[in-house]
Design a binder for this molecule. Structure first.
Ligand SMILES: CC(C)(COP(=O)(O)OP(=O)(O)OC[C@H]1O[C@@H](n2cnc3c(N)ncnc32)[C@H](O)[C@@H]1OP(=O)(O)O)[C@@H](O)C(=O)NCCC(=O)NCCS
Length: 176
């Protein structure tokens, strides 16, 4: 288990999936997380993938390490490293909280814990992410945790009927 000031990060348990799936299916923040058209899945289908051999966003692998974010014993969201690249010693950070848990510092705390885990436990050199330019809360939270902007992909994402820039951000081990 990993601990921050507010959060505990632990492996996703099967019993967490119903809550996490509810967060993940929210129409309002689907574009922020998926970069794809809204395509909801039934809980039953998601649990079947988790229990079987199909790819599941709730089960880890060599290149993908997901966590449940827990505050006061309640599952409030999820975060992960995906695309872990051992040659270049880099990984992408992903994070999402249930709507009612946002804006209270939880995301920033979980991000800081992931940075410590990535650099200290996993020996990563670079942790990176992509975020929609309009996602001001996420960008602010990443900056508070230590991320810097690397650059932008102009109008690279089709979001809610228009094109939007994507911001590329990273932390290098030596930034800390
Ligand atoms: C992104 C996310 C994980 C951040 O976690 P969080 O707990 O809400 O973030 P925090 O409370 O730690 O920090 C948010 C900061 O953004 C600020 N903020 C919130 N809305 C804002 C807005 N519209 N404009 C500018 N700043 C904003 C807050 O004031 C806070 O900064 P402050 O502490 O300096 O006041 C969370 O909001 C979330 O799950 N969003 C939906 C999914 C998502 O967008 N995931 C990221 C995809 S790249």
């Amino acid at each position: 288990m990993l601990s921050g000031e507010l959060v505990t990060l632990r492996a996703i348990e099967r019993d967490d999936i119903e809550v996490l799936h509810g967060f993940d299916m929210a129409y309002e923040t689907w574009p922020e997380i998926n970069y794809a058209p809204y395509a909801p899945k039934a809980l039953e289908e998601v649990l079947k993938a988790y229990d079987g051999d199909e790819e599941s966003s709730y089960r880890g692998s060599d290149a993908f390490v997901p966590f449940s974010i827990v505050v006061d014993e309640e599952v409030v969201g999820t975060c992960c490293f995906w695309g872990i690249d051992l040659h270049n010693r880099r990984a992408h950070l992903g994070i999402g909280l249930g709507e009612e848990h946002r804006g209270r510092g939880i995301g920033t705390d979980a991000t800081k814990v992931m940075l410590h885990y990535g650099f200290v436990d996993r020996g990563l050199h670079r942790i990176q992410l992509e975020v929609l330019a309009s996602n001001a809360a996420a960008i602010r939270s990443y900056e508070k945790a230590g991320f810097r902007e690397d650059g932008r992909m102009r109008e690279s994402a089709w979001v809610r009927g228009q094109f939007e820039d994507e911001v590329y951000m990273s932390v290098i081990a030596t930034d800390r």
